[in-house]
Ligand binder design. Structure first.
Ligand code: SAM
Length: 440
């Protein structure tokens, strides 16, 4: 296959940023004439867009790469590409154990995938570009082949300037680079023009956004003003960059949804200091207090790590206490895993794996109990649901402004519309409902 042609399949690991990167690579490949395949088995080119945040992500990626080795043994014409965070982190060393890879790119060189695919086909050798200094926004957002017909991801900023001891992201994605507000607004206008009702702005610490005179609240105001946009969300926010202007934007801008993802990572001041998160437990709680005061009804989700080096039972209980005090809508909890090149690697990973798993289990059980109780309190209420997917069997599902999932009876033509739904039942992770009268 010396020319770029045929069918492609992309497997994505990790966060929304990676999903958005894959959407852009997919769009780029389509613009070169390739078509999407439903599986690796049906594809001429398979691209793995990797994640390096936790050990588990690396293990999953290795398994996929192993399966592709077998597939390529059966079909030597198959071309394989690897890109993204793990590729950037491991670099060409990755190729020593994976000689079946044809294309290797990093986080800033995804735009070169079609060109390198062609090069590999012509030369018969692996084509590599891991340049960290390349333009991370080289693939225009407009090119992206969005996977969700309702919520489109739009990258507002790349990289991260924080120095969290556990986190590999600054190494994989480099320092922050903010997109010009005009470019973000143009992309959103284009998406609305193509019928997307909702946009989610992305960045590792999206609320640290600044471009010239435009801060994050300013960017939200610019995007909120895009005619025809119905809902505006963003992720991930860092507690250090929450301020009055951001709280006011959440409260006052009509399309900005009342829902915020604000990782706290630990409830222990010792652990937070060691993590270099830049806030204490009380400062985090004060930030939540400010947000709840300014934005009544705001729903909150968070990330937390258990089993960080040296975490005692008491420190873990401090994390549990924050979870109980705040009452998060959703909690993403992880067991600590040491990552290459991070500051925490110097610390002894001394919490045994089964103790980490026990803490995770205790935390998840408490959180599930709370989510169930909180969701039950919503029964009887009417919520505005933006319908996203057809579940099958005459059922559809969508999200409330607070990002809660609701399933109810409905037909495919509801996808993309906002409808009033009365909540009739609640589980810990989702609500059930029925179409109701319009909300006035
Ligand atoms: N940029 C965001 C922030 O600073 O809060 C989130 C970045 S990360 C992609 C998503 C989550 O993975 C983090 O919030 C953290 O809870 C978790 N995580 C990151 N590194 C980890 C590690 N080494 N072990 C376990 N969990 C980790």
């Amino acid at each position: 296959m010396s020319e770029v042609k045929g069918r492609y399949f992309i497997q994505t690991f990790g966060c929304q940023m990676n999903v958005n990167d894959s959407e852009r690579v997919a769009g780029l490949l389509q613009s070169k004439g390739l078509e999407a395949a439903d599986s690796a088995a049906e594809a001429d080119f398979v691209f793995l867009n990797t994640c390096a945040v936790r050990e588990k992500a690396s293990v999953k990626f290795r398994h996929s790469l192993g399966r592709l080795r077998r597939l390529k043994a059966e079909r030597p014409d198959l071309r394989i590409g690897v890109g993204g965070c793990a590729a950037q982190l491991e670099g060409e060393k990755l190729l020593e154990r994976a000689r079946h890879v044809d294309v290797l790119v990093g986080t800033h060189t995804l735009h070169r995938v079609p060109e390198l695919l062609q090069e590999a086909g012509t030369t018969g050798r692996v084509a590599v570009d891991l340049d960290r200094k390349a333009d991370a926004f080289a693939i225009p957002g407009e090119v992206a082949a969005h996977g969700n017909p309702v919520r489109a991801y739009v990258t507002a900023m790349e990289g991260c300037n924080h120095v969290c001891s556990f986190c590999v992201v600054p190494r994989t994605r480099g320092p922050e680079v903010n997109r010009a507000p005009d470019a973000v607004v143009r992309e959103v206008e284009g998406l609305v023009g193509r019928g997307f009702p909702e946009v989610m702005l992305l960045g590792q610490t999206v609320n640290a956004y600044r471009h010239g005179e435009t801060d994050f609240a300013g960017l939200l105001a610019r995007v909120d003003a895009v005619e025809g946009l119905r809902r505006l969300r963003f992720t991930t926010s860092h507690p250090e960059h929450v301020d009055e202007r951001m709280a006011a934007a959440l409260r006052d801008l009509p399309r900005v949804c009342p829902s915020l993802h604000l990782p706290f990572q630990s409830g222990s001041d010792r652990v937070l200091a060691s993590m270099r998160r830049g806030y204490t437990r009380q400062q985090y709680l004060d930030t939540i207090g400010l947000l709840r005061d300014r934005v009544p009804g705001l729903s909150l989700s968070s990330d937390v790590i258990v089993g960080y080096p040296g975490e005692t039972e008491r420190e873990f209980e401090e994390t549990l206490a924050v979870v109980e005090t705040v009452g998060f809508d959703v909690l993403f909890s992880f067991t600590y895993s040491p990552r290459p090149g991070t500051a925490a690697l110097r610390l002894s990973d001394d919490v045994p794996e089964d103790e980490k798993r026990r803490r995770l289990h205790v935390l998840n059980a408490r959180q599930q109990e709370w989510q169930h109780r909180r969701n039950e309190a919503l029964v009887g209420r009417v919520e505005e649901v933006l319908v996203e997917t057809v579940d099958g069997g005459g059922r559809v599902s969508g999200r409330t402004p607070h990002f809660r999932i609701v399933h109810f009876d409905g037909a495919d033509e509801l996808v993309g519309t906002t409808v009033p739904v009365e909540i009739t039942a609640a589980g810990p992770n989702a609500l059930q409902g029925r179409l109701s009268q319009p909300i006035h």
